[in-house]
Write a protein that binds this ligand. Sequence first.
Ligand SMILES: [Zn+2]
Length: 201
Amino acid sequence: MIKVERSDPPEVFTRNEGKWPEDWDGLKDNDKAELKKFLVEMFYGKCAYCESIIENVSYGDIEHFRPKSKYRSLTFEWTNLLLACEVCNRSNKKTYFDENIPFVNPCEDDPNEHFNFDFDRATLSAFVDGRTERGKITVKILDLNRKKLMQYRSWIVGMAIAALRNLQNDPEDQELVRIVLSCHDQARPYLAFIRKYANPL
Ligand SMILES: [Zn+2]
């Protein structure tokens, strides 16, 4: 998870002000699509929680940070909306939310205060641990070290580290410079790890 700057609300919020439908299902399809497009841009097409690229393989969800089933008044609250992958949102989080230990919110919290992002060189594994109670519950409920996610994440992070190491051995290689810099593009997955372990600066 990385910190994401929240944009101003999209036009759909001004258009619907004071006349939102009763519930989420009542929202017009084109309004939902506009909202989704805006969130995809804001999160660079990645899951707010696990930083996987969503749109390569699925559509992704408009995620209510505080579940709309429990916090009806936040159904159409811009600051309550994130973009999430289906595994984090539908399979793992579902409607879980504990007001006393809320999940870490990438738009409101600094994820680095709540998580350790680690790469184990012996096992080539990129895993995340909670540093705080909120970090711990986020990792646990969202299962942020789930097997498939960790396999793919470890491979990407390992390759980025290898590219950086090669560059350090051959600093004039412009192709390697481009590869290492491209790992840091906002749209790349698992930046929390890449920034820590494959930072060329
Ligand atoms: Zn996810």
